[in-house]
Ligand binder design. Sequence first.
Ligand code: BGC
Length: 413
Amino acid sequence: MKLKELVMMTALACAGSAFATDVEVLHYWTSGGEAKSVGQLQIMVKEAGFGWKDFAVAGGAGENAATALKARVISGNPPTAAQIKGPSIQEWGQEGVLANIDDAAIPGKWDAVLPKVVADIMKYKGHYVAAPVNVHRVNWMWVNPEVLKKAGVVGTPTTWDAFFDAAEKIKKSGGIAIAHGGQPWQDATVFETVALGVGGTEFYKKAILKLDQKELTSPTMVKVFDTLGKVKTYIDKDAAGRDWNLATAMVINGKAGFQFMGDWAKGEFSAAGKVPGKDYLCVAAPGTDKAYTFNVDSFAMFTQKDADAKKGQIALANAIMDPKFQSIFNLNKGSIPVRSGVSRAKFDECAIKSMDDMDSTNKNGGLLPSFAHGMALPTATQGAVTDVIAKFMNSNMSSKDAVAALAKAAKTK
Ligand code: BGC
């Protein structure tokens, strides 16, 4: 072998990339809008002098990614950072595998620029172990106004009765009323929104967040399942297993009138070049305009053996909290910046509504963590509750039976 070749091969073997250290990032952002968003983070990490080792695991809401993460941590080889959120950050903290990133958080004044509710989620035993990227709102209804117009629907429904009138008209006009993907987490997303719309904020707090048995077995919960059962009848027969972004595409392409989904759906509308207020509408789901179910994406850092990897973690954390990143990322992702100090100028009307509604619901008590997106319950409880909802969506289970099963599942620890 010639010397030149040997030198090149050695360089490649040592570095693996053009950078001294790679940060390996586990995430589940693989749809069009999501990939654009995470691409921005890669650019900023590289600008900071670190390589990006992409560990993307497809699957909405990150169920597959969570399984992949467990396997890696158990084998003693965790990635540098992983997209996890809510109570599961505490659960990983208890395993003793998370890294302290106060070296980014203290100079970056994270306590001052983050809402307290978010800062608390990012800390384990008082130290930052995760960096937040955004705030997604879950209780949205995405609307194709052309489909509604064709069906003779006037305005957008704000109550469930008006919603079902509109859905019936769309069905009669030959369209699909509700774009949905039959996957447990999507079922849970719709359930959560229906529960909030039918029962209101106080009911959501007691039944879903506190898992109060009295509320879980109340006539209101029966009504929630009755409403969900009606929602089911307006979903097309091919929904089983469909990915959420394909459901969003049905609204984008005028095949369906509505989708109940968090504002990562807006990332798909934006990637397709669609304009809010014209090509599509973002409105709070029926009965939920005074509330806001929030879902904050974040990256938790895992303890690394390699000392340089620690520097990479701090660089990643700094990049995530950089106002420039928070702006570009969230413009693509459909969410809003989680930190203060980011200009609103470039954000569209859906994002501005989200920002204003987050502020107002924070004052009126309507700012609520999303259970379906891992912000509210221990993972085991969330899984058991989601199973019941998915079973209801995929069988002839009665509302009464669903309520009984839900109340039992809520006791899962
Ligand atoms: C995450 C989003 C993601 C969506 C679909 C949600 O739980 O918070 O970032 O785009 O799932 O995978």
